[in-house]
Write a protein that binds this ligand. Sequence first.
Ligand code: SAM
Length: 239
Amino acid sequence: MIDYDQVASDYARHRQVHPGVLQGICQEVDITNTFRVLEVGCGTGNYIRALERLAGPACWGIDPSRAMLDEARRQPGEVCFQQGRAEDLEFPAGFFDLVFSVDVIHHIRDHRDYFKEARRVLTAGGKVCTVTDSEWIIRHRQPLAVYFPQTVEVELRRYVPMDQLRGLMAQAGLEGMREEMVEFPYQLSQVQAYRDKAFSALHLISEEAFRGGIERMERDLQVGPISCVARYVLVWGTK
Ligand SMILES: C[S@@+](CC[C@H](N)C(=O)[O-])C[C@H]1O[C@@H](n2cnc3c(N)ncnc32)[C@H](O)[C@@H]1O
């Protein structure tokens, strides 16, 4: 288990918005300034703030970690940040046009309760988007799977497989499920985010495996930047 209160400052320092996720959301949903949007497990609030800046809807972000929310509140913007859990959304029925989460579904203990709650708080025709990693993405992560191959099996054990995710959404009464993979190629030139373990999988491998990966990374970075690709899959469902 990762204690997000302990890692909040590292997340605030290193975590960046994946541009493909924002683009994917804005292509699927025509967000206007009359929209209400909820990010579940918003952490330090990167995504919900970016969406607010981009499209101007009324925005809420919930997260169980106080320290993550403190970091989120330090940034400018009108997003309403509240402490809460996916399984128990403290909002009225039919309140949101869009409910989304990024990198959170594998932390949620009861997925059935979450999707039931997400559907309840959506307007008719509202959408839920789960941004996560498929098995293929986990196996092909560059740099994580390359420098820290021990993360692959650990991650496959905690992530929700795609077919299971679709099944859970259907059971909650969501319809029109659709998946889209987004990619963002970039050049990695700094090892610090990895040294600070700003990626939760690095907390779940042995110290020896972690140090070995950091040494290999540092060696390769002396030669030049490392070519990487950040990928996510966006899983959509409609009420
Ligand atoms: C990997 S971080 C992602 C944060 C943010 N979505 C982002 O992409 O930057 C996972 C977040 O999920 C939150 N979380 C853990 N369990 C949760 C739950 N049951 N309901 C909602 N959020 C949860 C953690 O506190 C943490 O902030």
